[in-house]
Design a protein. Structure first.
Lengths: 115, 113
């Protein structure tokens, strides 16, 4: 399968612990996005990379959150000192860099539960 | 900033009925794109359609059709002869440039067999 891959699919952690999620985009997709989705809501944008450069960060991304995309391939999203409010589905998406806006392809997400 | 309103939180129809999902958006940009995504129970968002703001032609793809009305900032989605497999949450999302999508709260569609 050559779609967007996210790992792990599920994560349960205790409040105050750090967690890291990984996203492998579709090969050769320059753009990579992270979104967060809470129950009953639509996904909310967190951050976006073009190759290895992080071009935009949402105000939702507090300083406990950090994302990286070394070498412009896979990306990691780390949450430090997790809080119960961080419980959500974290979605990764990728798209090619084109002149015209093109659709983003989403992974199956990582569901985080903070207890 | 963009905003999306999907006023229908939940819809239930009997299989084989037609159903229309409404989407109204707000944007100050003259050039933008509009998307519809489907999120089945498995959780993965599935792309359905992309529409350029300059292209107001309606589009049909099998049982799916879309009605784009720029004058009323609406981009509605109709499923004809609905099937149980259509049960999912559907999201409308505008996008500016090649950047982030702004999702609505979604419409949960249930097809009753």
């Amino acid at each position: 399968d050559t779609g967007v891959s996210q790992d792990p699919r599920h994560k349960i952690t205790k409040r105050g612990q750090n967690v890291t999620f990984r996203c492998d985009p579709i090969s050769e997709h320059n753009r990579l996005y992270w979104y967060r989705q809470t129950l009953g809501q639509g996904p909310e944008f967190l951050t976006y990379f073009q190759n290895e450069a992080q071009l935009e960060k949402s105000r939702l991304l507090s300083d406990r959150f950090s994302a990286e995309r070394p070498k412009g391939s896979f990306s990691t999203l780390e949450i430090q000192r997790t809080e119960q409010g961080d419980s959500a589905m974290y979605l990764c998406a990728s798209s090619p860099l084109t002149l015209m806006n093109t659709e983003a392809f989403f992974g199956q997400g990582t569901r985080l539960t903070v207890v | 900033a963009q905003k999306v309103t999907q006023a229908q939180t939940e819809i239930s129809v009997v299989e084989k009925e037609d159903v229309t999902l409404d989407c109204v958006y707000e944007t100050r940009d003259t050039t933008y794109y509009l998307f519809w995504y489907k999120q089945p129970p498995s959780g993965e968002l599935v792309f359905l359609i992309r529409r350029n703001s300059f292209d107001e032609q309606n589009e049909i793809s099998g049982r799916y059709s879309w009605n784009f009305q720029k004058s009323t900032s609406s981009f509605n989605f109709t499923i004809t002869a609905s099937q149980v497999v259509d049960s999912a949450v559907y999201f409308c999302a505008p996008s500016i440039g090649n950047e982030k999508l702004t999702f609505g709260t979604g419409t949960r569609l249930t097809i009753i067999p």
